[in-house]
Each structure stands twice: as C-alpha cells, then as structure tokens.
Design a protein around this ligand. Structure first.
Ligand code: ATP
Ligand code: MG
Length: 271
C-alpha cells in the first residue's frame, strides 16, 4: 500500500525549550489504513499531528504528500489543509466562529464550495453528530463534549483524504463515542485514511490496523497492529500496558487458547 503522508528525518524543537519534541522521525502513513499513534504523555503525539498539518515549519527533514514535499507557502499550505483535516486535542483551540452552524460553514466556505453544497453538507453533518438542536447556539455556551463534536463535525464535513484525530474520544460520553466510531467507520469505508493519537491501549487494540509508538519524540514502532499485539513483551518494555482483552485471553487455559484466536475486534462502545 502506498504512503499518503511521509516524514523523513523530521525534527522539531519548540521555541524556548531545550529538547526536541520530535527527533529525527521517519515514518509513513499508509493510504486506507486506520493508524494509531501511541505513547506516554509528552512523547510528541500532538506535535507530530500539528507538524503533519503544516502548522509549524520544521527545522530539519521533509514532509511529503504522495511524494510532493511540503513547502510553507500560503497557497501550498491552503491546499495541504484541504487534503488533511486535523482535530486538535483541545477543541477550544479549534473553534473560531460565533455559533455551531457558522463554525462548520466557515470551514466549508473556505473550500470555495457553492452555497447550496455548504448548506447540504452542514445539514448532513449536524445530523451525523447529533448537533441539530445546537446549530444556533453560541460556541462559548457549549460543554466540552459538545465542542469536541462540533470540531469533529467541522473537519469531517470538509471531506479531507486524511483525517488526523488527536485524542478524539476525550470528553465524549459513551453514546457519543459510539456514534463517532460509527462515523469513522463510514468515512473509512469511503476511502478516508485515519490517524488517531491516543494513550488508550484498549482503544488502539479495538480500532487500529497499524500502530506507531513514539517515545520521547522518537519512533519506537511502526507496524501492523496484529504484529504489535502479538509481541506483548515489547508493549511491556515500553510501559504501554496490555489490552484488557488480551490480559483476559492470556488467563484462559492453554487447551482452549491453542484452538482459538484471540478476539481481534470488540465494540467497546456499543450501547
Ligand atoms: N507549545 C509548546 N511549547 C513548548 N513545549 C511544548 C509545547 N507543546 C508541547 N511541548 C512539549 O513538547 C513535548 C511533546 O508534547 P506533545 O503535546 O506533542 O505530547 P503528547 O504526546 O501529545 O502528550 P499528551 O499525551 O499529554 O497529549 C512535551 O515535552 C511538551 O512539554
Ligand atoms: Mg497530545
């Protein structure tokens, strides 16, 4: 499978900090995959997604989209962000307009879509994210979970080829998380490539087909999920924990396990 996004030898240090947040990172995001970026707090997950979206110019290395290097020119960045949609870890940083409908529409008008198309996409995404009743509400009046849904809806309505999700389930209740995953399955089935940063190993096990592990800004693992979850020693060494379902599985009698495969998918968020 071909890489959609590639980082080659990328390093980034925030201004006024002594240590790089991302160090010499070489990584491919494969088209059509559901990739999880795992790692401890502060390992560089959010920074990686911000760099991938072109938000900070990198000091060293190159980022490529289908082989084309990213250049930090306004018109190129504009096109870059049409292809890549990012939902921030903190939804408060993402929302800029006065109301829910205005915020989602603003992102769509930025794509130079005709008014009728904007209205159609807005209508649909408000339904998909159960936001119809909140459409005219001022954003500052919303709860954090509601803001998260507006931010996700705004990105998905733009229909980018690659969606980067930074801890997308934070603040969402179980029902909304269930809906989010249904929506992600739908857009993935339509060809959208998905990347999700999380430190939730159970979520990674349930959802990912590719796993990237970062540690102190460096790449530790980039492998198919099945391979990663068959090497539990590596997960232990990296102190990422073991998925609960594999813990239960390993406690079953050998006699049973040798004739079965561990369950790969379970709907953790079914209602
Ligand atoms: N705006 C900033 N200015 C200076 N340093 C920053 C800034 N944002 C992040 N950092 C530092 O960069 C490193 C990577 O942070 P980052 O937010 O990418 O980690 P993360 O893996 O997303 O963590 P978390 O799981 O807590 O979300 C950390 O050491 C952090 O302190
Ligand atoms: Mg983060």
């Amino acid at each position: 499978m071909s890489p959609l996004l590639e980082l080659q030898g990328v390093s980034y240090t925030y201004p006024s900090t002594p240590h790089p947040a991302i160090q010499n990172l070489t990584l491919s995001i494969l088209a059509g995959k559901k990739t999880v970026i795992l790692g401890h707090n502060g390992c560089g997950k959010s920074t990686l997604l911000l760099l991938a979206d072109g938000l900070f110019p990198i000091h060293t290395g190159t980022i490529y989209w289908k082989g084309e290097p990213l250049r930090y020119h306004p018109s190129i960045l504009n096109l870059w962000r049409q292809r890549i949609g990012l939902t921030f870890q903190d939804p408060e940083q993402q929302l800029i307009a006065a109301t829910v409908a205005e915020d989602i529409s603003y992102g769509l008008f930025n794509l130079s879509l005709p008014k009728t198309e904007v209205a159609l996409r807005l209508h649909q995404v408000l339904i998909d994210f159960s936001l119809q009743d909140l459409a005219d509400r001022p954003l500052h009046q919303l709860s954090l979970g509601q803001k998260r849904r507006v931010a996700l809806a705004g990105v998905i309505a733009r229909r980018p080829e690659l969606v980067l999700l930074d801890e997308p389930t934070a603040y969402l209740d179980r029902w909304q998380t269930h809906h989010l995953f249904k929506e992600l399955e739908r857009i993935h089935a339509n060809g959208t490539t998905l990347v999700m940063a999380t430190h939730d190993i159970d979520l990674a096990y349930a959802w990912a087909d590719w796993v990237v592990v970062l540690h102190e800004g460096q790449l530790m693992v980039s492998q198919p999920a099945l391979q990663v979850f068959s090497q539990l020693e590596v997960l232990k060494q990296l102190r990422l924990g073991i998925p609960l379902i594999l813990e239960y599985w390993n406690s079953l009698p050998d006699e049973w396990r040798k004739n079965h495969l561990p369950p790969r998918w379970f709907d953790r968020f079914s209602i």
